[in-house]
Design a protein around this ligand. Structure first.
Ligand SMILES: Cc1cc2nc3c(=O)[nH]c(=O)nc-3n(C[C@H](O)[C@H](O)[C@H](O)COP(=O)(O)OP(=O)(O)OC[C@H]3O[C@@H](n4cnc5c(N)ncnc54)[C@H](O)[C@@H]3O)c2cc1C
Length: 301
């Protein structure tokens, strides 16, 4: 049997699947195939499907760091399903969380269980898999600080290996993971912490975010990485670019490194706004900003 029919029998594959609902920007086109994988066997089949069809693979988490092209993704998108979602505490105090686990939920639930350290995840609306790939972080912590290992499935040779932050060369918003790697789960160390104390940290992070970030808008978090020792938001603000628009995409007036999608905004609008901001910042300051958000699929210019 082909990988396609095996996945279809298991109810794991959708053809011509809309991607917009799977991203925080809520725009973008469709995927030729969407596979919701519940374990390593499904990952192997998804990888075979891509090889059989001669198309590329995109691994998607909660879509909070991506801009999917309006023409979609002509390949196989693989997302973690319920079988790769959820977490368990171990006796040694560590936590193992599946790739699809939502970071804010992991923060709250582990804190409630008296396991501290992961509170910073509360403000990051991604998944564990996305956090490992991006080395997501905020409020003085990043994923690599608390991660012991990640189980990484190599989609080319269908083998999973446990990798440390050093193996993955995790640094500021970076790891050496590629589209050929699927993070199945990650193990985090934690520290004993009074749940009330952890809850206070979570509340403070939530308060800070409400005050400083454009809540209630469609965005994908920070557009650009912070240059060493500086802040991309400050640079864009100083360049006078808050409120700059292309189509229905706008540089947030609240936080200049968040680009928000208004009614009817397209992925191309955000793409062009990013290019325009980068061009103006370079012209005015000589600083070449590097994007943190990831563009998926095809864009013009
Ligand atoms: C309002 C808002 C606030 C944010 N604040 C922060 C912040 O404070 N700090 C921060 O670091 N980020 C922040 N982000 C960005 C984003 O939430 C993080 O980068 C997050 O880690 C992305 O996770 P995701 O599951 O959404 O990944 P996606 O957006 O789905 O994917 C991001 C990248 O990870 C890869 N990926 C996803 N899952 C896996 C997997 N299982 N295995 C291998 N690769 C995978 C994708 O291929 C892609 O390259 C914010 C975003 C929003 C919308």
């Amino acid at each position: 049997m082909t990988a396609r029919s095996l996945l279809a029998d298991r109810g794991k594959v959708t053809e011509d699947a809309p991607l917009a609902p799977l991203t925080t920007y809520r725009f973008g086109g469709r995927a030729r195939f969407l596979v919701v994988a519940d374990g390593e066997e499904d990952l192997g089949l998804a990888s075979r499907l891509a090889a059989d069809e001669g198309v590329p693979i995109l691994v998607l988490g909660r879509g909070s760091n991506v801009v999917v092209s309006d023409s979609g993704f002509d390949g196989v998108v693989i997302r973690p399903g319920p079988g790769m979602t959820g977490w368990q505490g171990r006796e040694d105090g560590s936590i193992v969380a599946g790739a699809g686990t939502a970071l804010p939920m992991l923060a709250r639930e582990s804190a409630r269980a008296g396991r501290g350290g992961l509170e910073f995840f509360t403000g990051i609306p991604g998944s564990v898999g996305g956090a490992v790939r991006m080395n997501a972080g905020c409020h003085g912590s990043e994923t690599a600080d608390w991660m012991v290992t990640a189980r990484v499935f190599d989609l080319a040779d269908a083998v999973a290996r446990d990798r440390t932050p050093a193996d993955l060369e995790m640094s500021y918003r970076h790891s050496n993971l590629t589209d050929g790697d699927f993070v199945v789960s990650a193990t985090f160390r934690t520290v004993e912490r009074d749940p009330a104390e952890a809850d206070a940290v979570i509340r403070e992070i939530t308060r800070w975010r409400r005050e400083h970030q454009p809540g209630g808008t469609l965005n994908a978090g920070s557009v650009f990485k912070n240059p060493p020792g500086d802040s991309a938001g400050r640079i864009i603000d100083d360049a006078g670019l808050k409120g700059l628009r292309v189509g229905a995409a706008e540089v947030s007036r609240r936080h200049a490194n968040f680009f928000v999608a208004g009614e009817g905004a397209t992925a191309q609008d955000v793409h062009d706004l990013v290019a325009e901001v980068r061009r103006r910042v370079l012209e005015q300051t000589g600083i070449a900003l590097a994007t943190e958000i990831r563009f998926v699929g095809e864009f013009t210019r």
